[in-house]
Ligand binder design. Structure first.
Ligand code: FES
Length: 290
């Protein structure tokens, strides 16, 4: 089965008006870097709290009342549903408003929307995760999902990088994966930095040095567009076919359900047809439009 055969898996909440946000409460805030926060949240409604499910790769529309709405992937794993998580980089009006919130604040949540990482396709294969900066957010949902179902997968390789040690997100995850003997973790920063003893180099170069085998493997890639652009050719050099490369795109989403037309790239709507795509699906327009 190819990833392109996987049907779209929207799973709206039962009886939903898709435009109506559900009230959620912020339970914890973690400062990942000076400009990036992770929010832990739960629904106010007890029934929804119990019944809510999603799949790794899906996203939500999050609102700050009186300010607006923004799109973020659900960065926690569906194997750990005691709370949900999303990570926010401060870049605009809504993200600035989110950064001003405290524990106990109420936000709106619509979703989950979009397709998901194709677990049936990944089952029994080796997984190679390649991420840069906050691009680790959607991948960490799948990484924890795979670790919590470790017997379903062969090798797990993770190559993760950021500009500097201070720009590395989810350091608690990096530590946990580094200690997990069933995971091969490589962390890198772009340039030498004082007190940094790990790898130095851009993610695609470090991936090439790590040279994970393409045999029965799938690479899952997310990061800044420039990192993704340089990573695909490295993966091709390592023997990965376009069907063995998966990425998740973020593109100016608004409605989240294929109605507003804001997220189109070429012929596709990222919210309706993705956000998860194989490189085979997007190769034609990726370098010119993304
Ligand atoms: S976000 Fe509205 S069509 Fe995709």
């Amino acid at each position: 089965m190819a990833i392109s055969d996987i049907s779209h898996r929207k799973r709206f909440l039962a009886g939903d008006n898709v435009y109506l946000p559900h009230i959620a409460v912020i339970e914890k805030i973690i400062e990942e870097t000076p400009g990036i926060l992770t929010f832990h949240f739960n629904f106010k409604d007890e029934k929804l709290k119990k019944e809510f499910t999603f799949e790794s790769g899906q996203f939500g529309e999050y609102s700050v009342f009186g300010i607006g709405e923004a799109t973020f992937c659900i960065s926690s794993s569906p194997t750990r549903l005691d709370h949900l998580e999303f990570a926010v980089q401060k870049v605009g009006r809504v993200t600035n408003a989110l950064h001003r919130l405290s524990v106990g604040a109420e936000i709106g949540f619509r979703g989950p929307f979009g397709n998901s990482f194709p677990l049936d396709f990944l089952k029994g294969k080796s997984l190679v995760f390649v991420a840069g900066g906050i691009g680790l957010a959607p991948l960490r949902s799948l990484i924890w999902n795979a670790i919590d179902n470790r017997d379903k997968y062969e090798n797990i390789d993770i190559v993760y990088g950021a500009r500097s040690p201070g720009d590395l997100c989810f350091k608690y995850d990096l530590d946990a994966w580094g200690q997990d003997k069933t995971v091969k973790m490589t962390t890198t920063i772009d340039k030498e930095a004082e007190s940094w003893t790990g790898k130095v180099g851009f993610v695609p170069q470090v991936l090439e040095q790590a040279a994970p085998s393409a045999r029965d493997a799938v690479a899952i890639v997310c990061g800044p567009p420039v990192m993704i652009r340089f990573t695909f050719p490295v993966l091709e050099k390592l023997g990965f076919t376009p069907e063995q490369m998966i990425t998740t795109l973020e593109k100016r989403m608004k409605c989240g359900i294929g109605k507003c037309g804001r997220c189109n790239i070429g012929d596709i709507y990222v919210c309706r047809d993705g956000p998860v795509f194989s490189y085979a699906q997007i190769k034609g327009f990726f370098s010119s439009e993304y």
